[in-house]
Design a protein around this ligand. Sequence first.
Ligand SMILES: [Zn+2]
Length: 773
Amino acid sequence: MQRPNRNIAITAGIAIIAEIAIIAEIKKSTPALLAIVTIMAIHPSRLSRREFFEISAAGAIAVTNRDARPANRRSAALPQGVAAGWYDQPMRWVQLTLVENDPGTFDPQFWLDYFRRLHADAATLSAGGIVAYYPTEIPLHHRSAWLGNSDPFGTLLTGCRNMNMRVVARTDPHAVRDEVRAAHPDWISVAADGQPRRHWANRDLWVTCALGPYNFDFMDQVHREIETRYKVDGIFSNRWAPQGGDCYCVHCQQNFKAASGFDLPRTADRRDTVRHAFVAWRKTRLTELWKKWDATVRSVNPNASFIPNGPPDMKTAGELAAIQFTDNQARRGLTPPWNNGRRAKELRSVMGTRPIGGIFSVGLEEPYRWKDSVQSEPEIRVWVAEGTANGMRPWVTKFSGVLYDKRWLPMVERIYDWHYKHERYLRNEMPLARVGLLYSEQTQAEHPGVAQGDRAEDHVLGMYHALLESRVPFELVHEAFLTPDRLDRFKALVLADAAALSDAQCAAIRDYVKRGGSLVATFATSLYDEAGRRRGDFGLADVFGVSFNGRIEGPMQNSYLSLDAAPATGKRHPVLEGLEDTPRIINGAFRIDVKATANDFPSPVTLIPTYPDLPMEDVYPRVAHTSTRELYLRDLGKSRIAYVPWDISRTFWEVLAVDHLRLLRNIIGWAANEQPPAVVEGPGIVDVTVWRQKGSMTVHLVNLTNPMMMKGPLREVIPVGAQRVRITLPEGVQARKVQLLTAGTAPRTETSNRTLTLTVPSVDVHEVIAVDF
Ligand SMILES: [Zn+2]
């Protein structure tokens, strides 16, 4: 049986890019600057000046941005070089991806009417690439065989413009017909065996090389033609990164050699020097491609830009993008619905307050790709609600202008209608969460785990689930932006096995603690550097007050934790609240052997070492109690530090034990040591997010309580009972009006100092408490 995490890993990649495993590597690769440093260290003379300066410039943009600007004001949050513009206006997006035989068959007016009923502000419409849906003049740009004299793209565009909608043209450059291969064999991706790569899903087509002249020259012309002819607001490319595996074409060979001095790697082992250089080079090429297409689009229309479906990595998105979307269309396999909210948080961790959209489909998203299918309404609702509650704007995508199963039309209309009605409360200015969870792409890419069975992402997923189940409003914090303006809004930063951290990143976290921030760190956090090399001691050893003792143990069978009272007072530490009726709970599966270097640690949790679990006659502890601490708590006054030397959140993700949840919740509460922005008490599993808008604040409650929570699709909506809510109002404001947006009621409220108390009688899928000031 598969564990939940495996399937999350599958859905977890950015967008379409992630569907091809080889490409998923891109998102996980080293941040651009580090990557370039790596290449230069290998072959300083091989890196072209142009590549170096482009990347240096991108780095400089990030540095300038992080120092200068408060991130809590939308207009002030754009990095230099990122266009301000129309991008923040649209609240609701639609996408129609035509199929080749749509022209002359589908009814554009049906779609335009539907867009109007959805109150859509922006549309992404098929224009070109594999098929042109307009009368292109570019040789080898294949016009739909059904096009005739029509221009369906132009027709839809005009219709949208007449409704004051923004229009982004969609292109898909990843496949071509045989006539293109015959004319330009070097435009086709080449497999490891030297053969041109046929399309895996349609054997009549060929996969293009994403990093060669097909994209850099031919698609650049296509983008120029579309922009020139239609003055679209942007161009969005699907599957613009390498598809189907590594390309060994003549251009990739030459360009990689020129950049790195190496021949293309023949191994997928990320530890391989050449492989490492290749991943960095591929990301650099994609970033160049993004910049080239963007420059072309802007040269024709300065108010437009190129929008990639999935950035080369998250840091690059943070540096270049005015707007981004998560192409996480629905859940598949064993995935909780919060995975959509997680994607929103990930993107926001680099985009700050710039707009982000959540692409969702209405069908089942499973490996069999039933693209014309229709999903259950409760499933679509909870998926979109998770995106909306986490700050994403909805973007429904549909393939094929001709519909077979139309059940989804009223479902999406109901969701968009709600969104339109409450738009002013959804135009967020900033999240009010006070807990940040570190999002380390570099740990996922560079740190394979301490042993078989340990995977860094599982620690993060477990922590994510524990925070959500504890109803703690939280944000993700990206490792590339550990600056005071991003960090200091949080009272506590959580490092769930953030194993691979650079010295500079450790220093940034240390400074955050010095400024009064609290820390919860687990397991191998900072035990490795940014390249995944093990350090002699934790990079944050001084902050933890704990040093590595040289040994990592696990997987352990049948080990426990003793819950101990303080000898002096006979009282238990507050982190053990709710565990009063037991002297012990289960341990995790892995532990890091550490020794204290600071004094005065309490000892609330100690190790009961593993003992035989068979035969049953042998199952008794050989050592009943030890003085080995398994939780290190430091109270530094304003800051509190909690270090957990075992895999608490990884084991939680695997086992979901309630005792581990209680302990995690208590540790995070102890470290944060303040009243959260919202406390929501009541039955069920509810995702709580808190936002500030101009003149109001909102608390979103998404009800995930459902037997189909961990494996969709939902069959029915099961409303959850009364939720008692305490909201901490921002300083200096009075609650003028309080509403429950979905229920359409005004609840009775009490206010005492800055605390507003109310009861939400029930939540079906998504309720929003809106407080006007
Ligand atoms: Zn190639």
